[in-house]
Design a protein around this ligand. Structure first.
Ligand SMILES: Cc1ncc(COP(=O)(O)O)c(C=O)c1O
Length: 463
């Protein structure tokens, strides 16, 4: 998103100067990292100009950088931390598993308990296959769909993210025409059928005209955790149309899983997908993921069933599949989500936060809006200058590219201004709440947001 040219060092920005003054330790580490790592980072979302913060430790809703600055964290481990950082029960479970050994090269009891903990919350999980990341989970989901249906193509929605494997790269932030992104085989890219989010007639037409579509895959609350929301009727329509045309429905619940409700989006919307992918929360904030779903589909991974059916099995190794430390953390986390109010608590906090941030926008006279559902929030920066009020904006009235458009430099300045005021948002200027954020955190965040808006005004970035 941001690039080296966003913050020209010759341009005097009080926001950049304040950020630099607060974070000299991060600046030093970033300079070292740039000699070792492309852009000095390990994930595109950590790219920030002039540099990102280096975090030393984190607890609950807070994290502290190497200079000792405290931040209220809404990055939320890319959505993995619904129980906040270092939850004591999850940490103790992982530590105990670590002491027992991290890699047995064999099955272990915790993987059975982990699958049961998933099944307890996700009724569609007749079978569970563990992978190491959400990317691997959606990769396996589409491979299973192709094997099961004997078809090649996958229907995807523009702007939806399903990890970074080859078939998922076009039409996420660019290449909306379906052409291959750099380094991806054009023959692979061609097997994605791209439809505008929310366009059920488009899905119907695509499935009717192309009998080679194996599956429809969707982020079930809309792309980027509902930054571009989709209606419940749309999801029900997808269920109906995929069944009608013999294609599979894949819910990519890597973010929504165990967050939209303890049973994910599928339980919240009362829809049973054929396959689902989970990651992040499923492993309690450690690396780990799963593809789950119908037994007759996951049977394509099963040695005995495949042999009995006289067909080839899908191969699936993976050194750290169901690793015992992630399994222990996952079991602990999912058990808490099943037995407490944590998911609802995080959602209530997000609703308070959205309301407070919209109050701040109203007071500042800025025609932006903060919206979202469950434990998420998104900042709409109104790129086309619509006549909206912060509290009154309905994202359902905007096209997906309008909701996703942000001025890169304004975005960068806003993020720096929020960091300077002690709040870490994600790169889209939204984020996740956890069950550990308190009313005091929300009040502090709203005050920081007001201050950031004032800084942007002082710089002439906002009228
Ligand atoms: C909806 C969705 N699917 C898949 C992925 C990929 O997961 P991972 O980063 O674990 O590979 C992500 C990651 O953010 C995601 O948000």
């Amino acid at each position: 998103m941001s690039s080296a040219s966003l913050e020209d060092p010759r341009v005097n920005s009080t926001i950049v100067a304040a950020y630099r003054a607060k974070t000299p330790g991060s600046a030093d580490l970033a300079a070292q990292a740039r000699a070792l790592l492309p852009s000095g980072i390990a994930h595109d979302a950590r790219n920030l100009d002039p540099y990102g913060t280096y975090i030393a430790r984190a607890l609950g809703p807070h994290k502290w950088d190497v200079d000792g600055n405290k931040y209220i964290d809404y990055f939320g481990g890319h959505g993995a931390l619904i129980l906040g950082h270092s939850h004591p029960t999850v940490t103790a479970a992982a530590a105990a598993a670590m002491a027992d050994g991290t890699q047995f090269g064999a099955s272990h009891p915790r993987e059975i308990d982990w699958a049961r903990a998933i099944q307890r919350l996700i009724p569609s999980a007749e079978r569970v296959r563990f992978t190491s990341s959400g990317t691997e989970a959606t990769l396996m989901a589409v491979r299973l769909a192709r094997a099961f249906t004997g078809r090649q193509a996958i229907l995807r929605f523009k702007g939806h993210f399903h990890g970074w494997h080859d078939q998922m790269t076009s039409a996420y932030t660019n290449h909306y025409d379906g052409t291959a992104t750099l380094g991806v085989l054009s023959d692979v890219a061609r097997q994605s059928v791209l439809v505008d989010p929310g366009d059920l007639a488009g899905v119907d037409a695509a499935l009717s005209n192309n009998p080679d579509i194996a599956a429809v895959i969707i982020e079930p609350t809309g792309s980027s955790f509902g930054q571009v929301p989709v209606a419940a009727e749309f999801l029900h329509g997808l269920r109906r149309l995929t069944s009608l045309h013999g294609a599979l429905l894949i819910f990519d619940e890597v973010v929504t899983g165990f967050r939209v409700s303890p049973g994910g989006a599928q339980v919240a919307f009362g829809i049973r997908p054929d396959l689902s992918s989970f990651a992040k929360i499923v492993a309690g904030g450690l690396p780990g993921a799963a593809v789950v779903g119908r037994k007759d589909i996951l049977d394509y991974l099963d040695f005995q069933v495949s042999a009995a059916a006289g067909r080839e099995k899908i191969g699936h190794p993976g050194t750290f599949n169901a690793n015992p430390v992630s399994a222990a953390a996952g079991i602990a986390c999912l058990t808490i989500l099943a037995e407490t109010d944590a998911v609802a608590a995080a959602a209530r906090t997000a609703a308070d936060l959205r309301a407070g941030l919209n109050d701040a926008l109203t007071k500042a006279g800025v025609a932006w809006s903060v919206y979202g559902t469950s434990s998420g929030f998104h900042l709409f920066m109104n790129p086309t200058g619509r006549a909206i009020t912060p509290h009154g904006f309905d994202p359902g009235t905007a096209a997906f590219n309008e909701l996703k458009t942000q001025d890169p430099r304004l975005n960068n300045r806003m993020r720096l201004a929020m960091l300077t005021n002690g709040v870490d948002l994600n790169p889209r200027l939204g984020g996740f709440t956890s069950a550990t954020h308190t009313a005091a955190d929300i009040a502090e965040t709203v005050a920081a947001f007001s201050e950031a808006l004032a800084m942007l005004k002082t710089e002439g970035e906002l009228p």
